[in-house]
Write a new protein. Sequence first.
Length: 102
Amino acid sequence: MPDTQSASCMVTGGGSAASLFVTPSPVASPLLKQDTGLKGLSGWASDQGVSDALVAWQGQANRLMARLQQERNALSGTQNIFQNQDLAAGTQANSTTRPLIG
């Protein structure tokens, strides 16, 4: 997730990830001018194409981050289930294998 988040930050001219547990923000409106980080293209016809491509990239990156977070949560839940089952089995095994004192 950190590498994916870092790559998604390149859209806004940055390259560093903020936090590992931040929920991705919704996709911005394509009507708003995105900060492409490419200041030298403002007078060129390709500026709009690059801006549109970066908006699409950000939307895809946000959807991927949301999916990765869901998968991380599912794996964490599965880990908890297995740990609880192991603890219950261990407790049951300890109670049946203890020698009788007396």
